[in-house]
Design a binder for this molecule. Structure first.
Ligand code: URA
Length: 444
């Protein structure tokens, strides 16, 4: 294999063979192909895309570069949910315990904050003592015993993707549909699932804002899953405003706990139930959406979802008392209200800018090595289209000190605008996508 010739062919729009992709990824994973050559290849793929056969070979090669979760002899369905990333999106924290309480196994492998978006692992680690670093064998045992585990990508899972992802992050090659699809699906397929639900975001705060691109990403991942015995369904959901109110690690855990008590914000619960229904349908637990919804609501009403969450927290070293008493979660010392300065209609609640403000507060990373603060963040009750009066609270900043709070207030003021005209707001859940294609959500 002469790597410069492969790069050259991809650069000029040719398709590489499956054998070539397999050899390249194998050599990259073992450091025989240097990062600079892989960076050039990633950029060639970014511009030229991949043929379906190339995408399959790349996905399988990345999956095959590592180990996977094994559930031999396990007859219960195993379903995960994956979001392409947003601000305030804590649905995973609700769904894993709700599904476990329905008898579905949830081996959930999540990521850290990326760009302006938050990460489930960072949120979970806001719970004192909680560890997301379980080995694959310990994860399997916990999933079998408790019905759920929430872990990070271990060094054993798709190591080629781990390397390639870090490389893409610093070479402006993240926003490529085939590269995102191969990256996400190589990890999800390593979880030994019987079904996968994708929450593909669109709108200004999504990695791929245009709906057409979100739909194409969904379809690409669905086809990869289906062809590998992992039925996959996607919902295309709005990320032109944060989901729920809480944005920031401990704040989001507290909001998820409120949701498990039946007191979550309406938009968060709508998306959570919609995704949960898809998970139960894929699991074959319920025959239709309304039955699945009733089952999920029951896990909230009878406390079984909250109990499953507390059991998982205790098993993964976390202080389960914080689940019963969320007021014991880390709380930033400074809170500053951001009130509306005039009467009007909220015209914009820009997630990208809010996500960046959270990073500046220390709630996310500028550099991979940055330590994430659990307690800082924003509460953003303002929603686009909402009528407000002067003095109404648009947001609350949670900061470590007054200077950082002041800077965040300025950023929030720029991100949330109030005007005279009602804005166009994206539908919260726009489409449902299956192997058969996309249908408007709620439509047929
Ligand atoms: N998340 C991933 O795991 N990979 C990508 O490429 C993008 C988001």
């Amino acid at each position: 294999m002469v790597v410069p010739r492969l790069i050259e062919r991809k650069r000029d729009g040719a398709a590489l063979s499956g054998d070539e992709w397999r050899a390249l990824i194998r050599a990259y994973a073992t450091n025989e192909v240097p990062e600079y050559q892989m960076a050039a290849m990633a950029m060639a793929v970014f511009f030229r895309g991949l043929e379906p056969a190339e995408l399959s070979a790349l996905t399988d090669a990345m999956l095959g570069s590592g180990d996977r979760l094994r559930f031999a002899g396990e007859r219960r369905p195993r379903i995960d949910k994956h979001s392409t990333g947003g601000v305030g999106d804590k649905t995973s924290l609700l769904l894993a315990p709700m599904l476990a309480a329905c008898g579905v196994l949830v081996p959930m492998m999540s990521g850290r904050g990326l760009g302006h978006t938050g990460g489930t692992l960072d949120k979970l680690e806001a719970i004192p003592g909680f560890t997301t670093g379980l080995s694959l064998r310990d994860t399997e045992a916990q999933v079998r015993a408790l019905g759920l585990a929430m872990i990070g990508q271990t060094a054993e899972i798709a190591p080629a993707d781990r390397k390639l992802y870090a490389l893409r992050d610093v070479t402006a090659t993240v926003e490529s549909i085939p590269l995102i699809s191969a990256s996400i699906m190589s990890k999800k397929l390593a979880e030994g699932l019987t079904g996968l639900v994708l929450d593909v975001k669109f709108g200004s705060g999504a990695f791929l804002p245009e709906p057409e691109r979100a739909l194409e990403l969904a379809k690409t991942m669905i086809d990869l899953g289906a062809a590998r015995g992992c039925p996959t369904v996607a919902l295309i959901t709005a990320m032109d405003r944060p989901l729920g109110i809480a944005c920031g690690n401990a704040l989001e855990v507290a909001e998820a706990i409120a949701g498990l008590h039946g007191a979550g914000p309406a938009d968060l619960m709508t998306v959570t139930y919609a995704l949960g229904i898809e998970m139960l349908l894929l699991a074959g637990v319920d025959p239709d959406g309304p039955a699945a919804r009733r089952r999920l609501e029951q896990t909230v009403r009878d406390g079984s979802a909250l109990a499953a969450f507390a059991r998982m927290v205790a098993a993964q070293g976390g202080d389960a008392a914080t689940i019963e008493h969320p007021e014991r979660l880390p709380r930033a010392p400074v809170q500053r209200d951001v009130p509306a300065e005039a009467d009007g209609i909220v015209t914009r609640v820009e997630p990208r800018a809010l996500g960046r403000a959270i990073i500046d507060l220390g709630g996310g990373r500028h550099e991979v090595t940055d330590v994430v603060l659990p307690d800082v963040g924003l509460e953003v009750p303002a929603k686009p289209g909402q009528r407000v009066q002067r003095g109404d609270i648009l947001a609350v900043v949670h900061a470590r000190n007054a200077a950082q709070a002041g800077a965040a207030v300025t950023a929030v003021r720029a991100a949330i605008t109030v005007g005279d005209t009602a804005p166009d707001v994206l539908p919260l859940i726009a489409w449902r996508v299956t192997t058969a294609g996309a249908t408007p959500y709620g439509g047929s």
